[in-house]
Design a protein around this ligand. Sequence first.
Ligand SMILES: C[S@@+](CC[C@H](N)C(=O)[O-])C[C@H]1O[C@@H](n2cnc3c(N)ncnc32)[C@H](O)[C@@H]1O
Length: 256
Amino acid sequence: MPAWDAEQYLKFERERTQPSRDLVGRIDVPHARRVVDLGCGPGNSTAVLRARWPSAETIGVDSSAEMLDRARASDPSVTWVQADLRSWTPTGPVDVVLSNAVLQWVPDHASVMPRIVRWLAPEGAFAAQMPANVDAPYQLAADRVRRRAPWSELGSSALPSFGVESRGFYYDLLAPLTSRIELWDTEYVHVMPGPEAIVAWTAGTGLRPWLATLPGDDARQRFLREYAIELEDAYPRQHDGRRLFPFLRRFLLAYR
Ligand SMILES: C[S@@+](CC[C@H](N)C(=O)[O-])C[C@H]1O[C@@H](n2cnc3c(N)ncnc32)[C@H](O)[C@@H]1O
């Protein structure tokens, strides 16, 4: 099972790209010469940057070869770079760094974020969005199933942590390094056809590293079926049979 599967991730392309549209729409940088999409994935958030600053040099950075294959096919005019964002450095000042739905995978924001902010040109912006759903019903339901037999034996107990800090943490971290900071949370309410769609959503992102520790596809499919049953009650049925799936996202926008 590869670390990322662009096809599965893009099953919810509209929902997954909306936060980068909302975030890029708020960036107050009228002219940009160089923009970077850090953790560009399949290129969906990069396309939002391209549309906003079409004449800027655009660089997409991601550690996943699978995601970058898809990104390259989407836009050959972008410079696509396979690298870990913790060690990659741009060759010159950057006007906008976007990191949409990425930094929750990266530990130690206290050192990662100041490093990014130092790349910025004067009046440049660092714009990040991270899901903030530690206690959401879909996470708690996954935990309940993982703790039961046979999953507690079959899957790894060393789960990756999803490090999203408080708004106050980001303010204290970045205020000394920047001239202006905006912080906000938005809860998107996705209308899903049923629990299986919520399973497909999480299997395309947060649950992936744990699913990869299960021994084979059969076990993964059995786990996902059990998980779907657990979600039945967590997301009640609406009159038309659909489910409302609230998803909280934390936004941060800091200007040099
Ligand atoms: C959920 S996707 C986000 C894709 C896209 N930015 C979007 O807005 O939909 C997260 C991406 O972050 C990348 N990623 C995670 N950790 C990374 C790291 N340390 N360095 C570079 N990319 C990383 C993954 O490979 C994946 O493509």
